[in-house]
Ligand binder design. Structure first.
Ligand code: UDX
Length: 442
């Protein structure tokens, strides 16, 4: 099939590359000429495992191309994906101007039947707005061309996006139209493993499914984070509790890890958006208000602990392992590391940080500052620092030389925001250790 993807960001490019890889001819359109030039030169503008080789292979094979020419994009695709950004506005709501601009562009240029598919995470009701925007352009051209608008939300995890696309649990297709559904089924047929993964439903249900999934996962995390704090108070170990409840198949093991709080481009934004949608319909989503408040509190937890341990962080240096909001990405959006670092700086402390891939992104955010040093190894972060804090569970941090860390730190203590170690083993090595919700020893 001929497919067009508007928006060469994270979601758009993963979608485009994976659809090309199963034999479709995919054209990516973006307004940013620099980005298109980078992609044409065979480079991916962000870090994501597996994406580079897919882009290169499919571009070479003639199945994937990039352009700034919107008219060409509209002419090319039988199915047109809208995967442009929906940045939060000042009041927290998603800015739909780019999504609706693409809808208008399609209306201005289309000459035959199109399936227009919203892929960006958009509030419930957006597909209807896309339909209206497109219809207005067709009306202005005095044309009555056929088209259908479909909601097809993505469930890609950063760091595992290619795998998630290639081996989906489910493919949600929201549509009120059999012809569009047929086309979508045909498009996704190569991704049905063992059984049909496509779930057809009405448009608002598809739109709400995306938010419901992320809000449910965020809820599990906030719940576990609160329980972890309670576990410490009552002398319980959250890891034992996690195993104990996860083995109930009604609960399951996923997304039950207590930690430094959830971050990223999706959970914080989507929880807010769903609360807002509730508000617009006169319903207060009380559970989600609490999920959000618990997460804000959790993101401050490491700072509270370090301050309490040291008395004050003023004039102290904190070694920091991990900056990205989770491993295998350079994404710093809503990362718990930011809350920790900013709190340390505000209190007059310094940070020496290491991250395997997110240091460049971090340097762009914070620039040069006297109280911040980026170093090129985990050990170098500990040199001359008072204590060590861990915020991201990169594999490289999982089996460190504790004796070496002890020798490097002035006040040998590890504040582990991701529960990477066995508390007894770290303490046996002579370091003070605090995980999140781990039983305190001695
Ligand atoms: C998420 C959804 O998983 C994905 O389906 C959706 O399309 C986009 O949002 P992503 O933001 O890439 O994906 O990361 P994810 O792996 O889900 O982690 C989100 C945050 O939750 C991270 O900050 C992570 O550290 C935190 N987390 C996750 C926990 O604190 N505990 C857990 O048990 C799991």
């Amino acid at each position: 099939m001929n497919i067009t993807v508007f928006g060469s960001g994270y979601v758009g490019l993963v979608t485009a590359a994976c659809l090309a890889d199963v034999g479709n001819r995919v054209l990516c359109v973006d307004v940013d000429p620099e980005k298109i030039a980078t992609l044409k030169a065979g480079h991916c503008p962000f870090y994501e495992p597996g994406i580079d080789s897919l882009l290169v292979r499919n571009a070479k094979g003639g199945r994937l191309d990039f352009t700034t020419d919107a008219a060409r994009g509209v002419a090319h695709g039988e199915i047109i994906f809208i995967a442009v950004g929906t940045p939060p506005q000042e009041d927290g709501s998603a800015d739909l101007q780019y999504v609706l601009a693409v809808a208008r562009t399609i209306g201005q240029h289309m000459a035959d039947y199109k399936v227009v598919c919203t892929k960006s995470t958009v509030p419930v009701g957006t597909a209807a707005k896309v339909r209206e925007a497109l219809a207005a352009e067709l009306a202005a051209r005095r044309l009555a061309l056929p088209y259908d608008v479909v909601s097809n939300p993505e469930f890609l995890k950063e760091g595992a996006a290619v795998e998630d696309f290639m081996r989906p649990d489910r493919i949600i297709v929201g549509t009120d139209n059999a012809r569009a559904l047929d086309k979508m089924r045909q498009l996704y047929a190569p991704f049905n493993r063992n059984h049909d993964r496509v779930m057809a439903m009405d448009v608002p249900s598809a739109e709400l499914t995306k938010y419901a999934a992320n809000a449910m996962l965020a809820t599990r995390i906030s719940f576990m984070n609160e329980l972890a704090l309670l576990a410490e108070q009552v002398g319980a170990d959250i890891e034992s509790v996690r195993r104990g409840i996860g083995s109930d198949p009604r609960i399951g093991f996923h997304f039950l890890y207590a930690g430094a709080g959830y971050g990223g481009s999706c959970f914080p934004k989507d929880v807010k958006a769903l609360i807002r949608t509730g508000g617009e319909h006169g319903q207060s989503l009380q559970v989600l208000h609490a999920v959000e408040a618990a997460n804000e509190h959790q993101k401050q937890e490491l700072f509270r602990r370090i301050s309490a341990y040291l008395g004050s962080v003023k004039g102290r240096t904190i070694a920091l392992w991990g900056l990205a909001f989770k491993p295998n990405t350079d994404d710093m959006r809503e990362a718990p590391s930011r809350v920790l670092m900013e709190a340390i700086w505000a209190a007059g402390g310094k940070v020496r940080a290491f991250d395997p891939v997110a240091m460049e992104t971090t340097a762009k955010i914070y620039g040069e500052r006297a109280d911040f040093t980026l170093v090129d190894s985990p050990e170098a972060a500990c040199e001359g620092a008072d204590v060590l804090a861990i915020v991201t569970e990169w594999s490289a941090f999982k089996a460190p030389d504790f004796a070496r860390i002890k020798a490097l730190l002035k006040t040998p203590a590890i504040f582990d925001g991701r529960n990477l170690y066995d508390p007894a083993a770290v303490q046996a090595a002579g370091l003070h250790y605090q995980g999140i919700g781990r039983a305190r020893l001695g």
